[in-house]
Design a protein around this ligand. Structure first.
Ligand SMILES: [Zn+2]
Length: 687
């Protein structure tokens, strides 16, 4: 942990992008560090990411290592910003752009990322992209050392620490040959160990490159924090981001541009990975990064900032400076008003998330096994595992289940946090070590839901003969089949309560792949597969718009198994991604464990989070109303039921600590929340 803990208090952060070239004398000619700091103060930001260097590759201070921006003319923009921001008690994180560096690419073509056919990656575009395996890394070390020696700052942010594409430059080819033997493979094939070895190299090389930058800061400015761009962890395999990158950071901070669901999922993911808290959830203050003039509405910024509060995250907004160097005051005023509403909450945050259901996120599984081998000229970057994990989060939010994310590195939290159920959403790649830890946890009383191809492939790309967790699932693999196809799930007599109005005559429709399995002795089959009318060719069908159910089979689709003191459900179809099976999925989780610590009666747009704060002898409960169309319609009559395994002394509504009338005592306490606009935070006095 770095000595400088500015980030522990800075829940309100800003980034002011300055990716401005210097081919026009007007560019940055009107930059005014005083106005810059004034705007930040007005926005109530506690920290800013200030540019030392940008994607343009130009430095905003008089560098001796690279090229200073022409607008400096004897000035030092970075130094001025640091001085003005520090005067207003705003912490400064210095920004540099790795890999995306226009100046370096133009002046050192031998450093550039090279495509499979020998061309420069991104040629003709705005960005210049250089390879982390080239001598470029010495340049990174040199400018990082220069910044560390020259300036007094709280942290360093390295942006763009990822592989934008596959690189076949001479440095990568030579390194792969030296470390693995032979040329880089020309076919993307997730069941081919040579391809998978190349991907593992890319992950390792990237983490090593990040270590060069981080190491330079650690050596010269050990008190400063270091972070690398962290929006890439939930992105597909192409980015080459793995768990190995995490230790190069003091905390994780990433920018995301999706909806309420994406925000909720990625916050739990960053929370599970971050070395120190708070982690930070970041987005553009403008409608999009490419939209220079439309500021997001106060309702949207307010809902996003409130969602960060509900998850105990710092919130970061990114603005872009005008090319002349002036700053649009509107977003800063707007953020000031947003934070006026939320200021009383920040001192209340902290503690450990109470997680009844944990989603397992496998960074090695971020590919689509149903696509098949593809040439490197046209790689597939879809990702079934992330989609299944996100849809699991959607179901859990809608069902008001307390959920979090667990990765390979945080499996120990299953026991430590008293997780009731672990969901493995089509997590194809599971190592023997991961399988062993999960097996032991279930044997000891944990419950498990797994779907699709979970644990069929080992981290080297070898397809196993059976699931690594087959004994826990209570099934045997007959055939691994990733071909997408329409089929139906028909409930058995053991599951009539789980499938709503679906029955063997009208079974539930699913479109996608599914594994062929047999149930092991002692396991209970909850659903079987019904095949559609076979439709042997385009001209012959049973119904012109659909392929209705036709052939009942006894092929298991959903299997319940008792394993040690625990239980498991295996679903051959990735049924958590089927919207119509949402109640079935939530019902299966209930069948596995009904020991959930929170129940909420509210519409699906309301998410509940709960943090245990033993130092304050309380829990912090947040109810977040985040609707697709804003401003939110208020929600009335939300009922909350708590079953914390300890007496509740009282419930108070923050920030005024207004007592809330509760019912029940001892084991279960319930109350009705007041009218919910966007955020309601309660202190639950217990423990
Ligand atoms: Zn390369």
């Amino acid at each position: 942990m770095p000595a400088n803990s500015w980030y522990e208090r800075a829940y309100r952060r800003a980034v002011v992008d300055m990716h401005i070239p210097d081919w026009d004398d007007a560019f940055l000619s009107r930059f005014d560090a005083g106005a810059f700091a004034d705007r930040l103060a007005e926005s109530k930001a506690q920290s800013v990411v200030a540019y030392g260097h940008s994607h343009a590759g130009l430095f905003l201070y008089p560098t001796k290592v690279g090229k200073p921006h022409a607008a400096l003319k004897g000035r030092d923009f970075l130094g001025e910003v640091i001085e003005r921001c520090h005067a207003k008690e705003i912490s400064v994180v210095v920004y540099t752009s790795l890999i995306f560096d226009r100046w370096a690419a133009d002046n050192h073509p031998e450093w550039r990322v090279v495509t499979h056919d020998g061309k420069f990656q991104g040629e003709g575009g705005r960005h210049g992209i250089v390879c982390p395996n080239s001598p470029y890394r010495d340049y990174v070390r040199a400018f990082t050392e220069e910044i560390c020696r020259g300036y007094d700052f709280e942290g360093l942010r390295f942006d763009m620490t990822f592989w934008p594409w596959l690189c076949f430059c001479k440095h990568c080819e030579a390194r792969f040959d030296r470390e693995f033997g032979g040329p880089i493979p020309r076919t993307v094939d997730w069941f081919e160990p040579r391809w998978v070895a190349f991907q593992r190299c890319r992950e390792r090389w990237l983490a090593e490159f990040a270590g060069v930058a981080t190491g330079a800061v650690r050596a010269l400015k050990p008190a400063a924090t270091v972070e690398h761009q962290s929006s890439t962890y939930p992105l597909n395999w192409m980015f080459g981001v793995s768990e190995a990158l995490v230790p190069r950071n003091d905390f994780l901070q990433g920018d995301f541009y999706g909806d309420a669901l994406q925000g909720s999922f990625v916050r739990k993911l960053l929370e599970s990975l971050t070395p120190n808290r708070p982690f930070a959830y970041e987005t553009a203050v403008k409608a999009e990064l490419k939209n220079h003039t439309s500021v997001k509405s106060e309702a949207l910024l307010g809902a996003k900032a409130a969602s960060a509060v509900a998850d105990g995250a710092a919130f970061v907004v990114i603005d872009g400076i005008d090319p002349s160097g002036t700053i649009d005051p509107r977003p800063y005023r707007r953020m000031g008003r947003v934070y006026d509403q939320l200021l009383p909450y920040y001192d209340q945050l902290g503690g450990d998330r109470v997680t009844d259901v944990a989603i397992y996120y496998s960074l090695a599984s971020k590919f689509n096994p149903s696509v098949g081998p593809r040439p490197v000229s046209n790689p597939d970057t879809t990702d079934g595992h992330t989609e299944a994990a996100m849809q699991t989060a959607r179901r859990l939010i809608g069902g008001h289940r307390l959920f979090g994310v667990v990765t390979r590195e945080s499996l120990d939290t299953l026991t430590r946090n008293g997780v009731r159920t672990l969901v493995l959403p089509d997590a194809t790649v599971v190592s023997d070590g991961e399988a062993g830890a999960i097996r032991a946890w279930v044997r000891g009383g944990g419950t498990l839901y797994a779907s699709g191809g979970t644990s069929l492939v080992d981290p080297s790309g070898k397809l196993r003969d059976d699931f690594a967790l087959a004994d826990v699932f209570g099934v045997r693999l007959s055939k691994a089949d990733w071909s997408p196809r329409e089929h139906y799930l028909s409930p058995t007599d053991a599951a009539t309560d789980l499938f709503g109005e679906f029955d063997p005559t009208y079974p539930a429709f699913a479109s996608g792949y599914g594994m062929d399995v047999e149930a092991r002795p002692g396991a209970t089959v909850l659903a079987t597969r019904t095949l559609p009318w076979p439709a042997p060719d385009a001209s012959r069908f049973a119904s012109i718009h659909s392929n209705p159910p036709w052939v009942k089979t006894d092929r298991p689709e959903v299997v319940l198994n008792v394993y040690g003191k625990g239980r498991a459900v295996y679903a051959a179809t990735v049924l958590e991604t089927v919207p119509e099976l949402s109640p079935t999925f939530l019902g299966l989780l209930k069948r596995l464990s009904d020991a959930d610590r929170l129940g909420v009666d509210a519409p699906e747009c309301v998410e509940a989070t709960l943090f245990r704060q033993p130092d304050r002898h309380r829990y912090l409960l947040s109810l977040l109303n985040f609707q697709d169309r804003l401003p939110n319609l208020p929600v009335e009559g939300v009922r909350v039921r708590l079953r914390l395994g300890m007496p509740v002394r009282g419930v108070r509504l923050l920030p005024a600590m207004t007592p809330v009338a509760t019912r029940g005592a001892g084991g279960v306490v319930s109350f009705e929340a007041p009218r919910l606009e966007t955020l309601a935070v309660f202190a639950v006095e217990a423990g």
